[in-house]
Design a protein around this ligand. Sequence first.
Ligand SMILES: Nc1ncnc2c1ncn2[C@@H]1O[C@H](COP(=O)(O)OP(=O)(O)O)[C@@H](O)[C@H]1O
Ligand SMILES: [Mg+2]
Length: 274
Amino acid sequence: MSSDPYGDRGNRDRSIANPDGMGEIDGTRPAGTARPGAGGAFLEGHAMTGGYGRGADILHDCTIAVERGEIAVIVGPNGAGKSTAMKAVFGMLDIRQGAVLLDGEDITALSPQARVRKGMGFVPQTNNIFTSMTVEENLEMGAFIRRDDFRQTMEQVYDLFPILKEKRRQPAGELSGGQRQQVAVGRALMTKPKVLMLDEPTAGVSPIVMDELFDRIIEVARTGIPILMVEQNARQALEIADRGYVLVQGRNAYTDTGAALLANPEVRRSFLGG
Ligand SMILES: Nc1ncnc2c1ncn2[C@@H]1O[C@H](COP(=O)(O)OP(=O)(O)O)[C@@H](O)[C@H]1O
Ligand SMILES: [Mg+2]
């Protein structure tokens, strides 16, 4: 991996966890002090089977999960069911079989809103901001479940994404694609989530902006917020992934560390362009 330009960007260096940073945002311990092996994954959609309404099953015995202090990445072809799996974990569709577990608790029956109250943050692939509202109003909307003073959290979001502070009075719809994605991630952070789910956070942005967004995502992970994310930039995403899932037709095709998937000749040939 020495020739790898992203080699220094993984979140494996636990010593960098910043106790004064956004770790505050969720009140949990920073990544470096995650309890090893305490009850398995922090968030897991386990052996999920199901689809939309009465339609055919889209997911088949599909498992995606993220451990404390880690970044997990889901890749796979268009239509593989990546977004569907994320929606299932967030409670936006009913699964016929399987379960969703959060910190060891079975939350399969909970509504999305109840899952947010339990500490889940989700940035969907589409329609993830209110375009006619200002940047700051979007962040305020993100804090909808909070009764306490959220100004400190907003400052932390502005520290993470300084451009949002500059543009806080502008309608979010006027921002560039990369900036809109920052609004969407910032909005999710306003609930002080214990885990963050991102569906294609770098969709439609330039390679440079993608790199910047990945750096910010790593920064969030280092504050102790595990990240479960879908990415179409598979190679770059697996570079920063502690764990990767390749989904094909609603099934787990490969599951391994990001590094092992990148090194796997079959995965490379079929999903990473050789
Ligand atoms: N709201 C929906 N209702 C019915 N079918 C859907 C819906 N959203 C997605 N699908 C179907 O589910 C399958 C998986 O889609 P999706 O999860 O969006 O894939 P991916 O995110 O991997 O590109 C596709 O066949 C798609 O047509
Ligand atoms: Mg999708």
